[in-house]
Structures are given as C-alpha cells and as structure tokens.
Design a protein around this ligand. Structure first.
Ligand code: HEM
Length: 516
C-alpha cells in the first residue's frame, strides 16, 4: 500500500512531538479566550478519532482514500457524529461542519477572522503568487484586476468555446470508431485546457489536436503530477514536507517552463498588435499590473488550474449521471432538440432558456461538487455560530490557528435540506419548493459548489456556459449515447471517486455512443 510509510515510527515520533507542542499552545489560548467569549469550547464536540494522535482515524482515512471512497467516509462520519464534530490527526485538530450558518459566518459575515492556513505554503510551489493563495490587500488587488475579465459579455456569443467543442466532437467520433465506447473524462480535461488557454492567452494550446503537441502533453502530465503531490501534501498539513519534494519540484519546473513559453508568445504578439487594445488577450491586459514575471505566471497558473480541472470534472460527472438515468437523458435530449446551431449560432442567452438543462447542471453540482471540501483557518480566536454546547446549538470557540472544514458534498446530501431522496439524481427537485424559492446564488448556504462570500468563484458563469454548450452539442451530435453494457452501476455516492484538487469519477466516464 502506497501510504504505508505514514505510520512508520520516525513519522510517529515527529508527529507526537509537534502534536504535544501544538495542543498545549492552542489549549492555553482557548482557555484565555473563553473568559471573553460566550461560546462553548470545541473539546466537547463529538470526536472522530478515539486513539491518541488520531492513529485510528488516520488508518481509516487512508483506507477510504485507497478504496476511492473518501467523501463517503466523511459523509458517514457526519451521519454518525452530527453536523459538527472535531478530529485530530497527528498535530492537527480541526473542526468539520455542515451547518449552513457556520459556513455563512466563515465565508461572509465573519470572513475577516478567517484565512487560508496551509493552502499557501502547500500549493505555492505549483501555483505561485496568484489569487487562490493570496490574502488581504494582495488578494483584493488581484480580485479587482481579474473580475472584469469574467463579465459574460466577453463570451455571450460562445465564440470562445465553439471551435474547441467542435474539436471535442471530432475526437470523440475518432476514438469511438473501434468499439463505440469512449472515456470522456480525459477528453474533457483537454477541452477545458484548450478553452482556458484561449481565454487567458488569446491563443489555445490546442491539446485536442490529433497529432499531439508533445510539449502540451508533457505539460498536462506534469500539471497532474504536481496537483496530485500537492493534494497529498495538503493532507499532511504541518508535515507536508514529508511528501515527495523532488517529484513536485520536477513537475513544477515543467509546468512553469510551459507557462513561461506561452506567456512570452502572448506578450510578444500583443506587443505587435498594440493598435487594437480591445483585442488584447486577458493575460496581456493584466500584464501591465504584474511587471514581475513570477507574479504574472502565478496568476496565469491559478486561472489555468481553476479553469481546467473543475469544469472538466463537472462535465465528467454530468455524463456519468446522464448515461445512468436514461429518463433524464431523454427529457434533456428533447429539450436540447429545440435549439439548432445550423439555423443560428447559439448564444449564452439561448442556453439559459433551456431550463431542464440548468436543473440537470445544478443537480450534478449538488451530488458531485468539483470542490467537495474547503478549509479556512482562524486568524485569531473566534467563534462559529452553532454546533456547540450540550444541545449542539451554542457558538463554538475556535482558537487562532485551528482549521474549520466545510463540505459542500456533505451539506448538499443532507436529507433534512434536500429530502429523503437527497442521494438520488433527480433534476426535477429544482422546480419544487422550497428549493425553487431559495436565493439563486447560494441557495441559503445549502448549495455551495462555487463557494460563497467575497471569495466566491470568479469563473462560475464562464464554466456553466462552457458546460451547457458542450452538453448540448454532445447530445445533439451523439443522439444514442448510453451506458456501456459492461459498465458497473452503483448507488449514487458509492461509485469510486478520486479526490485530487477536484473530485473526479475514479474510473473515468465511459460512454457507448451507440449507432450514430
Ligand atoms: C464547475 C466549475 C467550477 C467550480 C465548481 C468552481 C468552484 C470554485 C470554488 C468552490 C471556489 C472557492 C474556493 C474557496 O472558497 O477557497 C472557487 C474560486 C475561484 N474560481 Fe472557480 N470553480 C469553477 C470554475 C472556474 C473557472 C472556469 C474559473 C476561471 C477560468 C474559475 C476561477 C476561480 C477563481 C479565480 C477563484 C478564486 C476566487 C478568490 O479567491 O477570490 N473557477 N471556484
């Protein structure tokens, strides 16, 4: 088992040392703060681990990861322990919650008390200094600079997606020639890479090309490796440095060299095209704010990561569900047959009018949010509003330095919020009360695939438009798409899942294109 070294004695000794030091410090601080705050201490929260240092929890977590059932494991813990509990693994004690009120406080009303914690240290070698890892004024500056590039008028006509979705349809047809069965997942990753690079650099890397561009494929491989090592590191928190620093450095070097090459090309061709500043690509416009090349590369890789992975994952889960729910597929197919690109090019507004499609996308994001778990770390002693005390309703004191994790995946499967059929893929639920009447953006902090508050996803509309357009075109081009005969079917949530930077179907998204 690849994670066996986690429990080797040397690691255990280091963990024990740091754990004791950390525990004593945070315990002292918590007691002092309690004098000031009318909140109950986290000590009384149900605990996911029983053994010291959370060795039992560590073993179970590693097993769940190995079996590709990590989110199911989290969900089981919430069902056993309640909506807010604590867990300790090694030196890290954290609180996990699926209370909408706690999420609202952390992301919005009390956001000033919360920071990104270890995210910056762990992901910096790959992502560099970009919006995902910045805080305070640096983050606000980036957000102000990047936000205007995401206005929907830039992609209202869908021109940015059109050629790449066309290439995707061609690749799917070619791949399907032999058996009629295709794994869409890797193809979606290339589609979203091509779209995002076009969006950022004004010129796509065209990774879907049949004669593969070796450099862009090396980049994809290195990008995946760097993300996977960084994600493993994030699970180790303070002990992140134990995980494959050499592999990470090697992969990051390839990613950075690739990004530098594309950035150089973009800036050189923009310099030759100074007359039409409206046509300057995203990157060239932001380059004036980031004369330092490392900073510019950082922003570019941040957007590239966000733009490629989550949208590809979202599309994979969409087809994963559609082929398993033929009635939904049929209803959706009937709706998308109302629009026809050969009559007039589709626009974003046309896609928004396809209401069943919008419901299907919401339902996919509910059951399989690409970012299933998010953490914030207390910048100072603070509280979350509910989950503590004997009745489980009092505020909870969170000492400075402690992390609170919320899981959109687990909140969005709560039966008291979504009904007893919360585990079922049923897009119709979005037309029913009370979901219909919830506010569109955060649905009362119970629908959080794009986060919330001031750091909510900047690319939400861009990715939903890309996803909607790709779904429509695939269904129109391949009207007989279905589940391959030999494909296993599990109850939703029991399928194998891979958790890297985003949540993916671990066995891909195989579909049978049937007779065209
Ligand atoms: C289905 C697709 C997507 C999902 C589910 C998603 C989800 C998220 C989530 C949950 C966050 C908040 C993270 C946090 O609170 O720590 C976020 C932030 C962000 N997303 Fe997305 N995202 C998607 C697509 C995109 C795309 C396509 C782009 C850009 C091309 C993008 C750009 C960003 C940026 C820049 C941030 C950082 C915002 C900040 O820190 O101020 N996202 N995304």
């Amino acid at each position: 088992m690849i994670y066996t070294f986690w429990v080797c004695p040397v690691v255990a000794a280091v963990v024990l040392y740091i754990y004791r030091a950390g525990y004593i410090r945070s315990g002292r601080r918590a007691k002092q703060s309690l004098l000031k705050a009318d909140a109950s201490t986290y000590d009384f929260l149900p605990r996911a681990n029983r053994w010291p240092l959370g060795i039992d929890l560590l073993v179970l977590t590693v097993k769940a990861l190995d079996e590709s059932h990590l989110m199911e494991f989290f969900l089981d813990n919430f069902r056993k322990l309640g909506n807010t509990f604590q867990q300790a693994i090694g030196p890290n004690t954290s609180i996990l919650t699926i209370e909408p009120a706690n999420v609202e406080a952390i992301l919005l009303s009390n956001a000033k008390d919360w920071g990104l914690g270890f995210r910056r240290t762990i992901f910096f070698p790959l992502l560099g200094d970009g919006i995902f890892l910045q805080e305070g004024d640096a983050w606000k500056h980036s957000r102000d600079i990047l936000r205007p590039h995401f206005y929907h008028r830039h992609y209202e006509d869908l021109d940015i997606y059109r050629p790449h979705v066309k290439s995707l349809l061609e690749v799917i047809s070619t791949d399907a020639i032999a058996t009629g069965v295709v794994d869409l997942q890797p193809l979606f990753f290339r589609l979203t890479l091509d779209v995002t690079t076009e969006f950022l650099f004004g010129e796509s890397v065209l990774s879907q090309r049949p004669v593969s561009d070796v450099i862009s494929h090396d980049f994809e491989e290195a990008f995946d490796t760097a993300q996977s090592i960084s994600t493993k590191r994030s699970r180790f928190q303070k002990l992140y440095w134990l995980v494959d620093g050499k592999g990470l450095r090697k992969a990051c070097k390839i990613v950075h060299e690739f990004a530098d090459g594309v950035i150089n090309r973009t800036l050189t061709s923009s310099a030759n095209d100074v007359n039409d500043s409206n046509k300057l690509p995203f990157l060239s416009t932001i380059a004036q704010f980031y004369p330092d090349r490392d900073a510019l590369r950082g922003q570019a890789i941040n957007i590239l990561t966000a733009g490629r992975d989550s949208t590809a994952t979202f599309l994979s889960w969409t087809f994963f569900h559609l082929v398993r729910y033929p009635l939904v597929m049929e209803k959706l197919r009937s709706e998308v047959s109302q629009v026809d690109e050969t009559v007039a090019p589709l626009t974003r507004a046309d896609l928004l009018r396809l209401t069943y499609l919008q419901n299907v996308m919401r339902e996919v994001l509910r059951l399989h949010p690409p970012v299933p778990l998010i953490s914030r770390t207390a910048l100072r002693d603070t509280t979350i509003p509910t989950g503590g005390g004997p009745d489980g309703k009092s505020p909870i004191l969170v000492p400075q330095g402690m992390s609170v994790l919320y899981s959109a995946y687990c909140i969005q499967r709560r039966t008291d919020i979504y009904g007893m059929d919360a585990e079922m893929f049923r897009p119709e639920r979005w037309d029913e009360e009370p979901l219909r009447s919830r506010d569109q953006t955060h649905r009362g902090w119970t629908f959080l695939p794009f986060g919330g508050g001031p750091r909510a996803c900047l690319g939400m509309d861009f990715s939903l438009t890309e996803g909607a357009y790709a779904i429509v075109r695939i269904l129109q081009r391949f009207p007989s798409i279905k589940l391959p005969a030999d494909e296993p079917v599990y109850v939703t949530g029991r399928e194998r899942q891979a958790v890297t930077i985003s949540l993916n179907p671990a066995d891909g998204c195989r579909v049978d294109l049937g007779k065209e």
